[in-house]
Every structure is written in structure tokens, then in C-alpha cells.
Design a binder for this molecule. Structure first.
Ligand SMILES: Nc1ncnc2c1ncn2[C@@H]1O[C@H](COP(=O)(O)OP(=O)(O)OP(=O)(O)O)[C@@H](O)[C@H]1O
Ligand SMILES: [Mg+2]
Length: 246
């Protein structure tokens, strides 16, 4: 991202942000609630447009794509795991996983079938394929969401708040899932989170956003050792400090 600016009315959410996400690594984008993390993700996906600035995914500039078909071509490189897994409740787990292959890549159902069975096997979902999302636990729904995100073999995996609404055990399962998938499929990861330090276990890099700027960037251990009072306040969950609680 280079010089990305985004405002809503008079509220500046992202104030000329520039950041390079290292290929093959996972970067956690962290910051307090309302700071613009989800907006950042939507800009990368081309669901929102910045007021100014450019965003590249590999060599493709999504901010220069104006038609949906141009954007969709670039989005092929992205897999997205949404906050609550965002499955289609009226489709079986099989059909949820097959969806991007049939609807986005327009594969034949025979070719899609092989891929669905293979990824279901890898993620221990085979026994649930004929169930509907509401019939399985949230942990399994997250695995289905991950299967659907990865089945197109994207170069980049985007994850928005992997743990919202989960208890600590289910939450840990999602981190383990991200790490296991990273080892197996090897993607560039971007994980949006305000769960510190838990998110560090899936991150090689961390970027912290505050008041429209990236105020700190580095490895998890560099963040922990940071002298920046805002970083320390956020890491330690203190109410006193430069971050104002709204
Ligand atoms: N479509 C929109 N129209 C107007 N304001 C918006 C819109 N989307 C987001 N905002 C505002 O932008 C700011 C950043 O929102 P965003 O959802 O990115 O925060 P966040 O960092 O993801 O927070 P959380 O940790 O709670 O998910 C908020 O003040 C929000 O109200
Ligand atoms: Mg958010």
C-alpha cells in the first residue's frame, strides 16, 4: 500500500498509510477497536476504494481496476476467512467449500469434486460434508471457512478477527489451524486482530495502527520490546496512556 488515504465525511480513518506485506510471511495488523483495520482489509479486497493512494497485490494494482471483472481477476489471488466464517446456511458444507470453484473459477463439478474431497481430508472435514453449517460447532465452521478460502490456492490469505465470538479453546484451535494451513499451503498472510499477544503465535511481522497511522512495525519480539508508550499500553491492556478509550 502506498500513501493510502481513506476518510468518511470529516473522519479520517487511514491517513496516508504505506506498508509492504512481506511475501510468504504472515503479518498481524493490530490496533484498538474502530481504528480502521477492517477498512484496510476492504480496501485490499477492492470492496472499498481509497480517496487516494495505491494498493498492489503482487504486480496487480487493485486501485487501478475499475470494473468488477478486473477486480475479480485480481481477487483470484486472495482467500478470505471472515469474522464468523460467513458460510451460506442454506448450502451443505460440501457445497460451501465447492462454491468458489464452481462460481468463481467455473470448474466442472467433476474437477471441483476431487478438490473438495482432498481439502476436506486435509482439514478433517470429510465426515461433515453433507451437514449444514448450523449442525456443526463453530470450530468446524471455521475449518470450513478456511477450506473455502484456500480451495482456490490463493497466494494471499486475509483473516479478519479470527477469534471474535469464540471461547479460548476454540480460539486457540483457529490459531493452530492458521499455522497448520500455512505449513501445508504456504501463503502470504494478513491477520487483522486486537488479540494481543495471542495473534503473535501466527505472525512473523506485526503492524500497529493508531489514529490513522502505522505507529509501529516489526517482529513480535520487537513489538514486545518497543519503547513506544502506545504500543506498551495496547500490549498490556492498560486504560491509562496515549490511547484514549472511547
Ligand atoms: N462504510 C462506512 N461508512 C462510514 N464510516 C465507516 C464505514 N466503515 C467504517 N467506518 C468507520 O471507520 C472507522 C474504522 O472502522 P473499522 O471497522 O475499520 O474498525 P476496526 O479497526 O476494524 O474495529 P474493530 O476492532 O472493532 O473491528 C470506524 O470509526 C467506523 O465507524
Ligand atoms: Mg474490524
Amino acid at each position: 500500500m502506498r500513501n493510502v488515504h481513506k476518510r468518511f465525511g470529516s473522519q479520517v480513518v487511514l491517513d496516508n498509510i504505506s506498508i509492504t506485506i512481506e511475501p510468504g510471511k504472515t503479518t498481524a495488523v493490530v490496533g484498538p477497536s474502530g481504528v480502521g483495520k477492517s477498512v484496510l482489509l476492504k480496501l485490499i479486497m477492492g470492496i472499498m476504494t481509497p480517496d487516494s493512494g495505491d494498493i498492489w497485490i503482487g504486480d496487480d494494482k487493485i486501485t487501478a481496476a475499475h470494473s468488477e471483472s478486473q477486480k475479480n481477476a485480481i481477487r483470484q489471488q486472495l482467500g478470505v476467512l471472515f469474522q464468523s466464517a460467513a458460510l451460506f446456511d442454506s448450502l451443505t458444507i460440501y457445497d460451501n467449500i465447492a462454491f468458489p470453484l464452481l462460481e468463481r473459477l467455473r470448474l466442472s463439478s467433476i474437477r471441483a469434486h476431487k478438490k473438495v474431497l482432498a481439502i476436506a481430508e486435509s482439514l478433517s472435514l470429510t465426515e461433515y460434508l453433507q451437514n449444514y453449517p448450523e449442525q456443526v460447532s463453530i470450530g468446524i465452521r471455521k475449518r470450513v471457512g478456511m477450506a473455502r478460502a484456500l480451495i482456490t490456492e490463493p497466494k494471499v490469505l486475509l483473516v479478519d478477527e479470527p477469534n471474535t465470538g469464540l471461547d479460548p479453546l476454540d480460539g486457540q484451535e483457529v490459531y493452530d489451524l492458521i499455522n497448520a494451513c500455512k505449513n501445508q499451503w504456504g501463503f502470504t498472510g494478513l491477520v487483522i486482530s486486537h488479540e494481543l499477544p495471542e495473534v503473535f503465535q501466527v505472525s512473523e511481522r506485526v503492524a500497529m495502527i493508531l489514529q490513522g497511522k502505522i505507529i509501529a512495525e516489526g517482529t513480535p519480539s520487537e513489538m514486545i520490546a518497543s519503547a513506544d508508550p502506545a504500543v506498551q499500553q495496547f500490549l498490556n491492556g492498560r486504560t491509562d496512556g496515549p490511547i484514549k478509550i472511547q
